[in-house]
Design a protein around this ligand. Sequence first.
Ligand code: GLU
Ligand code: ZN
Length: 292
Amino acid sequence: MRTERFAPSPTGPLHLGHAFSALTAWDRTQAASGRFLLRFEDIDRSRARPEWETAILDDLRWLGLDWPTPVLRQSTRLPAYRAALETLRDRGLLFACTCTRRDIAQAATAPQEGDPPVGPDGVIYPGTCRANRLCPGAPLPANAALRLDMRAATRSCGALAFAETGPATAMDRVHVAADTLINGVGDVVLARRDLGTSYHLSVVVDDAHQGVTHVTRGADLFAATQIHVLLQHLLSVPTPSYHHHRLIRDADGRRLAKRDDARALAKYRAEGTTTAALRRLLGLGAARPSRT
Ligand code: GLU
Ligand code: ZN
């Protein structure tokens, strides 16, 4: 069955961009008689707050959405993330990295060459610790970040591609080039030292676990999707279809930052905006009548 998820981090209010993602995913599942799931991406316990979960649930109900309970919380899924790391370790694809951000910035900046290259997760890792490869069966170190050896990873899988239906590209099938992953992304962190996992790893493991067939997300995550497609291949799980939607900007054309409370949904609710009006504002059609 067609299955989509909306996966907010309970670290702040939902804003218009979140509403656009959630409503787009909702409309697409309703049209296909599919399943719409909610998932809390709360791996960063220092930033996730129960108050934000409550506020997010209120906002989503106000938008007219519903979802099966209990809602999956990523903070309960650490054993599954660890198992995925062990799989990658046993394939010889992980290395332990103890570099600080500063070490990386310094090592990545060649003298007189200006700013170091940046990928979706920041400065592209210069490879300092790549020799610290974890052997099959070796314990996962607790005091180091675990990075994916991108050269080894791209060598170990064939051509990568995913289906795309969003406006981010004119293609309906996106090919992920090894070169782009090596030079434009680099050795990504799959387990942060403090968290034992990462956004990329958790999303891939949980989308597979929940049987997600279609992912709707903002075009700002397009580069991250290429990492996710690679991880899906390495972990032998299916690749969903993707729909990268346009980004919702504020009245001045600026991108809405996560922390920008000015466009929080709660504010529209408090001002008496109706859900129908909000849908119009976002350029979405009227809601379909609920199936239940
Ligand atoms: N939790 C992320 C966010 O709120 C992820 C969504 C995704 O992976 O599609 O931006
Ligand atoms: Zn390092």
